[in-house]
Design a protein around this ligand. Structure first.
Ligand code: ADP
Length: 251
């Protein structure tokens, strides 16, 4: 059984819009996958289905053999612990220190009583410090999160995700707000730490050049349908056209 199994996933929003049509794919621990496609193709919706943030219309999403649609509240809590998220706009708590932000990645592992007190023992702190070190951000540990640059914020958010020791990291347009050089460094860092920890990592990304350079597999979405699924070596002009110019080619 694969870590992630998606079978005939369909998602229709309340307004009747069918965002995902019949999505099926499997993914294993350690794979680094880019989801590419035009705006509106369904990339964010797909990530939210994996994290249990959307109620799927039909089909199945299984994470670590659990059927996401059938989870109890406790099951959803455990799912969230297994799945780290990296957002385009970082979602850091701006008035808190960088280190405290990374420690929030440990909330799911900390005793409830200690969370209420904001107490994290030495073991948790060591993991947070090590995570910051891995993305070269330890020198900013005591800065307030609102005092660091966008690229630094995204590194901190990657540190927070890895300190969670997740099985899966989902990154939704993580470099859409950053310049090309910084974007390459950050996708490179994300892919490197994920590969080292054998975390399945799924990145929604617009920059195909970065995807081709850093990931193992690309999944191309067009209008809620997978129109390409393969390694960078198989990605060619025809695949590109199916994903981006589907209204000009016959699928
Ligand atoms: P992408 O991430 O590829 O840009 P999204 O998954 O955000 O695409 O959106 C897919 C489609 O679903 C788009 O047409 C979008 O407008 C629509 N959509 C997204 N969220 C909602 C919602 N909450 N209600 C209705 N339609 C939505």
């Amino acid at each position: 059984m694969s870590l992630l199994e998606i079978e005939n996933l369909r998602l229709v929003y309340a307004n009747g819009h069918e965002a995902l049509k019949s999505i099926s794919f499997k993914a294993d621990a350690g794979e680094i996958i880019a989801i590419i496609g035009r705006s509106g193709a369904g990339k964010s919706t797909l990530l939210r289905c994996i994290n249990g943030l959307e109620t799927i219309t039909s089909g199945k999403v299984r994470v670590d053999s659990d059927d996401v649609a059938q989870l109890t509240n406790e099951g959803v809590r455990q799912l969230r612990r297994k799945v780290g998220f990296v957002w385009q706009e970082y979602n850091l708590v701006e008035r808190l220190s960088v280190l405290t932000n990374v420690l929030t990645g440990r909330l799911g592992h900390n005793a409830e009583r200690n969370n209420v007190l904001g107490y994290f023992d030495r073991g948790h702190r060591q993991i947070a410090v090590r995570s910051l070190e891995r993305v070269n951000m330890l020198h900013r540990a005591n800065y307030r999160a609102d005092r660091i640059s966008g690229g630094e914020k995204q590194r901190v958010s990657i540190a927070r995700a890895i300190s969670q020791e997740p099985k899966i990291i989902l990154a939704d347009e993580p470099v859409a707000s950053l310049d090309p050089t910084l974007s390459a460094q950050i996708i490179g860092d994300l892919a490197a730490v994920a590969r080292e920890d054998k975390v399945l990592t799924i990145i929604n990304i617009h920059q195909i050049d970065l995807a081709l350079q850093y990931v193992d597999r690309l999944i191309g979405l067009a209008q809620g349908v997978i129109v390409f699924d393969g390694p960078p070596t198989q990605f060619n002009q025809a695949a590109h056209d199916r994903i981006y110019n589907f209204d000009r080619v016959h699928i």
